[in-house]
Design a protein around this ligand. Sequence first.
Ligand code: NAP
Ligand code: 12T
Length: 340
Amino acid sequence: MKEYTVAVVGATGAVGRMMLTVLEERNFPVKELRLFASTRSKGMLLPFKGEQIPVEALEEAKSFKGIDIALFSAGAQRSLDFAPLFARDGAVVIDNSSAWRMDPDVPLVVPEVNPHAVAGYTKKGIIANPNCSTIQMVVVLKPLHDVARIKRVVVSTYQSVSGAGQKAIFELMEQTKAWCEGSPMPLPKHLPQRIAFNCIPHIDVFLPNGYTKEEMKMVEETKKIMEDPSIAVTATTVRVPVFYGHAESVNIETEKKLTAEEAREVLRKAEGVVVLDDPQNKLYPMQVDVAGRDEVFVGRIREDLSIEKGLNMWIVADNIRKGAATNAVQIAEILIKNYL
Ligand code: NAP
Ligand code: 12T
């Protein structure tokens, strides 16, 4: 089997470390692995397949020649600055940031939904990984859209702190510890408000239209991935005091009537989806149960009694796996299978 030189940019972060885990778990054919992060992490060793790989400083690297695939998760600014340089030197970049997602010359891919879009990588040498909250939602919505055409989506999210990086994970730990010990609550540093025992309706920055950027990513990315700009989407995104996994309350209005059982039937057959829906036996997806899994979980499927053709559901996935690292590695798998 052909093997590839793979780079992970942002390798020391919450997503980057998971990229290494997922590459190893899925036995991705890695010939050589190159790790990049900031100058702060230069020389740090990260484990991969029993070896210790040194981290290189991204800013000090002069050439990126010889890299076949570069998985980026070092923030949007690094993606804007460096993805074109990696692409120029011959790599295909799979980028986790929001920098390139809405560029018409960059495919935005969820392998269960629009794998064919990968073909567009030749335009800029960049493929974008969607936002974590968008990914888990479209994996469930696409099979329903195919049978009943979704006209409108109303979504509210319950997003874990790991989505905001390693530092936000420590922030929830620190505040929780302070509360339990009765010491003064540390001031928020990386999240916009106190997160311990609290919910924050503010993820990423506010835009002039009153929505957050996180909310507008869900609106715009959904249309691009589902290849249907006619789907109306509105979102409220909320940070909750959970470490790993995002949950979403999703309401859809469809053109064709679907009963809850018909929807479950469709979703039981859908790739990458697990239906966990037996409330009488306390069976529904929750963050603590799905953290560490690669599939998207859906439950609480029921008809929206306020309209003729609508459904409510509860969608949960591990944001660092399917929402980021796993989705990116799955894109890389399509790339080497069909294109490289
Ligand atoms: P994180 O834990 O804060 O990690 C950030 C990573 O970026 C670290 O490896 C850090 O290296 C590196 N970095 C920061 N500044 C750098 C610089 N100037 N040059 C080179 N490397 C630099 O964050 P994360 O949660 O892993 O997220 C990383 C990025 O992935 C986010 O900014 C976001 O764009 C994207 N993301 C996407 C999704 C999604 O929805 N698909 C989800 C989460 C995150 P040091 O350790 O050296 O500082
Ligand atoms: N601000 O990839 O804070 O666009 O949870 C993902 C997660 C941006 C992104 C977060 C963010 C992204 C967050």
